[in-house]
Design a protein around this ligand. Structure first.
Ligand code: DX5
Ligand code: ZN
Length: 217
């Protein structure tokens, strides 16, 4: 099953509620929420108070992408703010298994993100415990970057591993996804598509509808 996850990092924050209503009405099933700590990535975005205040705006799945060092320190707080999926970076966790377990114990869906240059081998043991893997197609930290071409092969390789192991793990991709390259990304094996600038620049409803049309089936 394919899902679209618009990243609100590219939204107009003065009209966040309105824009959430627009992506919801146009049929996007996830809301991708990028939390940046200024340490794991250079930038600082937003955190718990923003997530808590937008939770009543939509009942769609809150897909919280933590670009944060040692996110295990905060998983309970993000659960309390209304996260449904919590994604942590393998590179940011000394105890990845413990972090994934903590997310599961809170009743949420755990996911692990990998930076472009991180080997898929780090997933060998943890993969069966995950609902989703997030393959970064750009170096995390900013919206509006260009996809790094070698990451397409990485999606393909991960899809092959998931199938060979008989798992149902979702494969999410994030960074540089546009209406022009989404078909190739889906074909490579991704099924959860994050898009920031390509959804929020221009007509939001029309952009969501166009993505969903390309993602049908
Ligand atoms: C980047 C974030 C992304 C970002 C994607 O570090 O994780 O979710 O918002 O933005 P676009 O789709 O514009 O590359
Ligand atoms: Zn993200």
């Amino acid at each position: 099953m394919n899902h679209l996850a618009p990243s609100i990092l590219s939204a107009d924050f003065t009209r966040l509620g309105e824009q959430l209503a627009a992506i919801d009405a146009a049929g996007a099933e996830y809301v991708h929420i990028d939390v940046m700590d200024g340490a794991f990535v250079p930038s600082i975005s937003f955190g718990m108070p923003v997530i808590k205040s937008i939770r009543p705006c939509t009942s769609r799945v809150f897909d919280v992408h933590l670009m944060v060092e040692e996110p295990v320190r905060y998983v309970k707080e993000f659960a309390d703010c209304g996260a449904d999926i919590i994604t942590v970076h393998a590179e940011a966790c000394v105890h990845l298994d413990r972090t994934v377990e903590a997310i599961r114990e809170l009743g949420l869906r755990p996911a692990v993100a990998l930076n472009p240059a991180t080997d898929l081998g780090v997933l060998d043991y943890i993969l069966p415990k995950l609902d989703m893997v997030l393959v970064m197609l750009v170096n995390p930290g900013f919206g509006g970057q260009k996809l790094i071409p070698y990451t397409i092969g990485k999606i393909r390789e991960l899809r092959h591993i998931v199938e060979k192991r008989g798992l149902a793990t979702d494969i999410e991709v994030d960074g540089g996804v546009t209406l022009s390259n989404v078909a190739e990304i889906l074909e490579a094996g991704a099924n959860v598509i994050v898009s920031g600038s390509s959804v929020f620049k221009g007509d939001i409803s029309e952009n969501v509808e166009q993505f969903l049309k390309l993602m049908e089936g």
